[in-house]
Design a protein around this ligand. Structure first.
Ligand code: KG4
Ligand code: ZN
Length: 353
């Protein structure tokens, strides 16, 4: 693969974060994200409000990223943008903006699959890191192909085999809810604002993970199911609250610790099965839920337990961000995979074959 000296401007707007990143090759110079607090009160993302906020945020976010990177629009060689999966109205804002910019600057447009980008976040380098050459000489700490990735977000839970920067094979996925949704919906039941995943993580730190039990998940092969677990949580809280109306307040930490521990156990059971079945010895984790502290700890523990090398991206590249869109765009740029301006957003998209 030929190396280029390329500046890429990347845009992510698939859900409720408006983000812009500037990359020089695979090095991130700026990664600016505007989060939308408007959804907190509703217990979930309201698509109409999300697209309106993207409209408000996109120009200031792009401006801020260019300023932080110290790069002029005239230096940009390509625009990378999320094409899906995601919310139609949200995707439209980012994609339309990206198309207009690519047309105005007369440079290529590169469409990026959001879920593949979460995985490729493992290949991001930061401006303060050693030079690319120095890192190459040291065989830097990137996953080697093929590796397995557990991709866990608000909308997806997938096990993917990655055979090359742009070669993905889907091994398994949830047949109903995503694990992020199982975190967020449970958080709503116990009165926590959206997104509840980080709050469950926070309260769990002071709780007893063995105190309460929830439904098991019985799905064949490498697929997942979280909807039964989520429902068992709802009934458990309803029943206990009937007996004691202060049940949640009195047991918040233990509820969070027990539920979180159960979800992570379910996730890792299939990860271990996939590693065994494929014989792969390298494991990565990606997506918003990879910010979860217990998941990070348990994945690290697997290094000793089952002799597998593990990779967890820095915190800011776990949740939605444009740097991951930029790195995916960079690999597509190297292979000349450019898009037509007629490209349209895709609400659903496969991660791999
Ligand atoms: O990848 P992401 O930022 O957006 C999607 O593409 O969905 O993931 C968001 C999800 C939400 O469900 C959020 O609750 C969850 O990631 N999340 C966490 C944590 N931080 C974010 N879940 C559990 N523990 C965390 N620390
Ligand atoms: Zn995401």
């Amino acid at each position: 693969m030929q190396k280029a000296n390329t500046y890429i401007l990347a845009i992510e707007s698939s859900c409720d974060d408006t983000s812009c990143a500037i990359l020089n090759n695979n090095v991130v110079l700026a990664n600016i994200t505007a989060n939308q607090s408007v959804h907190e009160q509703y217990g979930g993302v309201i698509p109409e409000l999300a697209s309106r906020d993207h409209q408000k945020n996109i120009v200031p976010v792009v401006d801020a990223a260019l300023k932080k990177a110290g790069v002029k629009l005239s230096q940009i060689n390509a625009i990378a943008v999320t094409v899906g999966p995601g919310l139609m109205g949200s995707l439209l804002v980012g994609l339309t903006f990206a198309k207009s910019l690519a047309l105005a600057l007369k440079i290529p447009l590169i469409e990026v699959n959001h879920m593949q980008a979460h995985i490729l976040a493992h290949f991001i380098k930061e401006a303060g890191d050693k030079t690319e050459e120095a890192q190459d000489n040291e065989q830097i700490n990137f996953p080697q192909f093929p590796f397995l990735c557990l991709t866990v977000s608000g909308g997806h839970t997938q096990l993917v085999k990655i055979k090359g920067h742009l070669e993905f094979e889907l091994l398994g996925q949830t047949i109903d809810d995503a694990v992020g949704e199982a975190f967020d919906k449970a958080a709503k039941v116990i009165g926590l604002p959206y997104p509840g995943g980080p709050l469950i993580d926070k309260y769990a730190k002071a709780g007893n993970k063995n105190k309460f039990k929830f439904a098991e998940s019985n799905v064949a092969g490498l697929d997942y199911s979280f909807s039964g677990i989520k429902t068992s949580f709802l009934y458990f809280i309803q029943n206990e609250t009937l007996k004691n109306k202060n049940f949640v307040a009195e047991n918040l930490n233990d509820i969070c610790a027990s539920y979180q521990s159960h979800l992570i156990k379910v996730l890792l059971k299939k990860v271990k099965l996939a590693l065994k079945q494929t014989g792969i010895k390298q494991l990565a984790v990606a997506g918003g839920v990879s910010a979860n502290s217990l998941l990070r700890e348990e994945i690290k523990n697997m290094e000793k337990e089952i002799n597998v090398k593990t990779f967890i991206p820095p915190f800011e590249y776990c949740t939605d961000n444009a740097a991951m869109i930029g790195i995916a765009g960079y690999y597509k740029f190297l292979q000349g995979q450019f898009s037509q301006v007629s490209v349209v957003p895709q609400v659903r998209m496969e991660t791999g074959s």
